[in-house]
Design a binder for this molecule. Structure first.
Ligand SMILES: Cc1ncc(C[n+]2csc(CCOP(=O)(O)OP(=O)(O)O)c2C)c(N)n1
Ligand SMILES: [Mg+2]
Length: 629
């Protein structure tokens, strides 16, 4: 309905119409910024945003496609994964009902913010008018009537607003879009919509609904900062690049390859940065840090200049500040986010990774590392590749080792296919062992390492890149935490190849617990034992393959590694929906060592011998920690 220069719509209808015409643009390529909207309806949004989505579907099909989800956390994971695959240039919106529907999105919001991924969250909120207060699911805080559970989104969002009145909507939406498309600020963007305001009509200026293009910037480095970085690099004899997620988001993988081929600097990769350089490139030394390769970690140990590109230096990357052990080590940090560029007292180059790499390549023209250093990197990488080959082909029995499962998936998957994982023992093993052949082929969420991300995230990956096969690697623990978006994949006929690794418990934490002297306590899935009173009875009789089958998923069960490989081949041929390959592995086969450490504090006093021993080795490792001042 249009009156003069105004359009009369509800707040929810205006929101949907606005989102449908937002675009992002980088390098002259324009895309839809918000491609669709996930939602679970309740009284908080069914007649507001729900009605608006229905109206859009009937009168303007494709404007903002609605997708049903099973769990609000799952839909945010899917949106975050979608945004990651699209290099943060497009995302999805998520609408949830008030109270638990909205707070279910909190974990997803934190994950998106930690991983710097744009997601648009539209939690519903309590009545602005408060005439019906307290409504079903209202917190009703006696000390603050304007507080709702949605205030919990503030610390986990990069932008938060609550639209108490329709007049506030345009500013809220514009602020939200700006943060979504700002690569330095992006993360969860939350616009809370009180349930009465969603349904309230208002006269909106027509300009609000004109196509709007958000330019995604590629800031160039400041010349003085570039000169400082070049000076440090020219003095280096053992430099090492640490490539983080920012390399991929800036589509800077070609620029990185050109830079290192010109300068002869080896490249180590963080979890988010894995895939920055093909695994078999002569300067690739693979994963760095607590879950790194011995090649990258030995080079890191002696590096005199570390060039961090698009990394936030998480504790896994720095091996809890023990990885870079050269007493004279200096850091040069290329990052679009000033707080990350400033880390480790580094020379900060605040810029887009692609622009900065091109500028560094030009400025360093004629300079390169010594041949002997490049040979050393090559030899170390070759040694590690042999370790990987052995781990892929262990021939362990009767149940295969996890590394063999990873090897088989690597072998059967195509070069452009994507492996997805998030928590458990697999992310570390994949970081060490996965041979990455495509910049978007490795998708391990290890900023928040959230159990339950795997299947929901895999869904988002496949929605973003329907032309690639997506292999979701999920442990039994993660599966039990959140597998229900399998139903969404069935509903949308989205093909996911889910590899369910059954090892009857939290094997990762079990191994960690054992090394920390806590004897794998609480990490097996076992019956309570009538005799001991402890959880050390028989293995639980859960059948997760049957569980998946009951959700409408095609299931293949594999016993041996050969059966597993055949099942993967069959799964790859499968069309039209999710397929799950169930395999039991031996939880007690460790992955090859990283020669590295991770800071997990051990009890300082204890009656247990195991804990006292672990404390001793903890204190010894702790002594290697560096503040990088
Ligand atoms: C939501 C959430 N809760 C707890 C943890 C801590 N945690 C990390 S790995 C893990 C066990 C994962 O078990 P499973 O998926 O079976 O993988 P496995 O360790 O057996 O490889 C736990 C509990 C987490 N990462 N995420
Ligand atoms: Mg497990």
């Amino acid at each position: 309905m249009t009156t003069g220069d105004a359009v009369r719509l509800t707040v929810a209808q205006a929101t949907v119409r606005f989102l449908a015409v937002q675009r992002s643009e980088r390098d002259g390529v324009r895309r839809r910024l918000v491609e669709g909207c996930f939602g679970i309806f309740g009284h908080g949004n069914v007649a507001g945003v729900g009605q608006a989505l229905l109206e859009a579907e009937l009168h303007d099909p494709g404007a903002l496609t609605y997708h049903q989800a099973r769990n609000e956390q799952g839909m945010v994971h899917a949106a975050a994964a979608f945004a990651r695959m699209r290099n943060r240039l497009s995302t999805l919106a998520c609408t949830a009902s008030i109270g638990p529907g909205s707070t279910n999105m909190l974990t997803g919001a934190a994950l998106a913010t930690v991983n710097r991924l744009p997601v648009l969250l539209l939690p519903s909120d309590i009545f602005a008018t408060r005439v019906s207060s307290p409504v079903l699911q209202e917190l009703e805080l006696p000390s603050g009537y304007d507080v709702s559970v949605n205030d919990a989104f503030r610390p986990v969002s990069r932008f938060f607003d609550r639209v108490w009145r329709p007049e506030q909507l345009p500013a809220a939406l514009l602020g939200a879009m700006r943060v979504l498309t700002d690569p330095a600020e992006t993360g969860a963007v939350t616009v809370a919509l009180p349930q009465d305001v969603q349904a309230e009509a208002h006269d909106w200026p027509v300009e609000l609904f004109r196509e709007r293009v958000w330019q995604v910037a590629r800031p160039v480095p400041e010349p003085a900062a570039l000169a400082r970085a070049v000076e440090v690099l020219r003095s280096a004899t053992r430099p090492l690049v640490v490539a983080g997620g920012g390399v991929g988001y800036a589509e800077a993988t070609d620029a990185l390859r050109d830079f290192v081929e010109a300068t002869g600097i080896p490249v180590a990769e963080t979890q988010a940065g894995k895939g920055s350089l093909r695994y078999d490139h002569p300067l690739a030394v693979g994963a760095v840090g607590s879950t790194g390769t011995t090649a990258a970690n030995r080079l890191a140990h002696q590096a005199d200049v570390v060039v961090g590109i698009g990394t936030r230096y998480s504790d896994f990357t720095t091996a809890s500040r023990t990885a870079f052990a050269n007493p004279d080590v200096r850091f040069v940090n290329v990052n679009i986010a000033p707080p990350d560029a400033a880390k480790q007292s580094g020379v900060a180059v605040v810029a887009d990774a692609r622009e900065a790499l091109r500028a560094l390549t030009d400025a360093l023209s004629g300079w390169s590392t010594e041949q002997s250093y490049r040979d050393e990197a090559r030899r170390l990488a070759a040694e590690w590749d042999e370790v990987v080959e052995r781990a892929y082909t262990l021939g362990h029995g009767p149940r295969p080792a996890q590394s063999e499962v990873i090897g088989a998936v690597n072998e059967v998957s195509g070069p452009r296919d994507v492996v997805v994982c998030a928590a458990g023992s697999m992310p570390g093993d994949l970081h060490k062992l996965w041979r990455t052949r495509d910049p978007k082929g490795y998708h391990v969420e290890y900023g928040y390492s959230c159990m339950g991300y795997e299947i929901a995230g895999g869904l988002g990956v496949k929605m973003a890149c329907p032309d690639r096969d997506v292999f979701v690697l999920v442990g039994d623990g993660s599966y039990l935490m959140m597998a229900q978006e399998l139903v969404t994949a069935v509903q949308e006929r989205i093909k996911l190849i889910v590899v369910l690794v059954q090892n009857h418990g939290f094997a990762s934490i079990g191994e960690l617990s054992e090394t920390l002297g806590s004897q794998r306590f609480g990490t097996w899935y076992r019956y309570r034992n009538g005799r001991t009173g402890r959880l050390d009875g028989d293995v639980l009789p859960v059948d997760l393959a049957a569980n998946a089958e009951s959700l409408g998923v095609r299931v293949l069960r594999a016993g041996t590694i050969d059966e597993f490989r055949s099942a993967l081949v069959e799964a790859k041929r499968h069309e039209g929906g999710p397929v799950l390959v169930h395999v039991e592995t031996d939880p007690l086969v460790p992955a090859p060592s990283s020669e590295s450490w991770w800071d997990v504090p051990v009890a300082e006093v204890s009656q247990l011998d195991s804990t006292r021993q672990a404390r001793k080795s903890y204190e010894a490792s702790k002594a290697g920690q560096r503040p990088y001042l």
